[in-house]
Design a protein around this ligand. Structure first.
Ligand code: FDM
Ligand code: MG
Length: 218
């Protein structure tokens, strides 16, 4: 399952609880790389534009009720339906910045009470990220950031559980200390951005020589 190729793009993932600043940092990194001549795209999961994504959107907006396992599988399917495009872009040399992925998928579902191994299985074999920027923020600090909105899951007690499960998933990854960059999200936007840019530039250089792997949780 290893695709050998030179000069591929890097798969840069942002993960974390709600309000941690993932989208802000993902966008700033995207702008930085674009303005410095890199071929780069910004992706976000759930991708609410697809047919599956529209069902997910209805669920998150509390318009629609769905069985916990059914919605879990839809979140996973929403990633699988994007894999071919993501793979082609990476292989053609485009760096992908991705805002949430399978780690969010498992963390939120397990926080609701589903079994961890059951939750990981549908996402097994997805493309593996080259780096995970984990924007770490306590639920207390998140709440102070203007409080949570109207969407499902934006509750302090659930976020606390989600954060713990992210850490469990980190431990599950091989060589997790080099893959995961735990960032204290309680710093200024600019400080964080600087660190993220430094790590990303090094990573992009390194990925030119590395095979792309579709071996998540294998
Ligand atoms: N979420 C996100 C999941 O429950 N499973 C997933 O697979 C993904 C990608 O959806 F509460 C949750 C996390 C969050 C919500 O995410 C929507 P954004 O980043 O707020 O749009
Ligand atoms: Mg949200």
């Amino acid at each position: 399952d290893t695709i050998n190729i030179n000069n591929r793009g890097a798969f840069i993932l942002f993960e974390g609880c709600d309000k941690a600043g993932k989208s802000t940092q993902a966008k700033k990194l995207f702008e930085y790389l674009k303005n410095n001549g890199h071929s780069v795209e910004l992706w976000k999961f759930p991708d609410r534009k697809t047919t599956i994504g529209q069902i997910i959107n209805g669920y998150l907006a509390n318009d629609k009720e769905l069985d916990d396992k059914a919605i879990h599988l839809l979140f996973s399917a929403n990633r699988w339906e994007c894999m071919k495009d993501m793979k082609n872009l990476l292989l053609s040399g485009t760096t992908l910045i991705v805002d949430r992925y399978a780690y969010s998928g498992v963390s939120y579902s397990v926080a609701k009470g589903l079994d961890l191994d059951w939750c990981c299985l549908p996402d097994r074999g997805l493309l593996s990220p080259d780096i995970v920027f984990f924007m770490d923020l306590t639920a207390e600090a998140a709440e102070k950031r203007g409080g949570f909105g109207e969407e499902r899951y934006e509750k302090k007690s659930l976020q606390e559980k989600v954060r713990k499960i992210f850490y469990m998933l980190k431990e599950k990854d091989n060589d997790s200390d080099s893959l995961w960059k735990i960032l204290n999200a309680n710093q200024s936007v600019e400080m964080l951005h600087k660190r993220i840019v430094e790590s990303s530039l090094k990573l992009i250089e390194k990925c030119h020589q590395l095979p792309l792997k579709d071996d998540l949780w294998k």
